[in-house]
Design a protein around this ligand. Structure first.
Ligand code: HEC
Length: 120
């Protein structure tokens, strides 16, 4: 009985993991829309996005953030990133200097977040 339960648990976990890997690969492609301003490991027009998932907003040293983002008190968990990426100024932080209309496709948003989570 115990093995049966374990087996069922493994069967449930494995598809989730591979789905995530696919999402991240798709997210890398969708990230093309961000590359004009963002890189990993260095600041550009926008801040360095290495390790952004789980990080406090506006916390990259040496990057000149807007006051609006500095005062937002946000931590970039999945829910906050979702709102941000669908419309940074419209849905999340009025006054941000991230001038980007936002991703309109929920799948792309989820994929990009999965990709960001791999860039630690
Ligand atoms: C036109 C340039 C531009 C594009 C395109 C852009 N960003 Fe940004 N991004 C910025 C700027 C500028 C900031 C800083 C905002 C501020 O200080 O208010 C920022 C901030 C962020 C932050 C907050 C980082 C932190 O340290 O708090 C995240 C996360 C982010 N961008 C993700 C993305 C993703 C993912 C995409 C693509 C879907 C994207 N951005 C597209 C310019 C851009």
């Amino acid at each position: 009985m115990r093995n049966l339960i374990l087996g069922a648990a493994v069967a449930l976990v494995i598809p989730t993991v591979s789905a995530r890997a696919q999402d991240a690969a798709a997210g890398e492609k969708a990230f093309t829309a961000c590359k004009a301003c963002h890189a990993f490991g260095k600041n550009g027009v926008g801040p360095n996005l290495t390790g952004v998932v789980g990080r406090k907003a506006a916390s990259v040293e040496g990057y000149n953030y807007s006051t609006a983002l500095k005062e937002s008190g946000i931590t970039w968990d999945e829910a906050n990133l979702k709102e941000w990426l669908t419309g940074p100024a419209a849905n999340k932080v009025k006054g941000t200097k991230m001038v980007y209309q936002g991703l309109k496709d929920d799948k792309k948003v989820a994929d990009v977040i999965a990709y960001l989570a791999t860039m630690k």
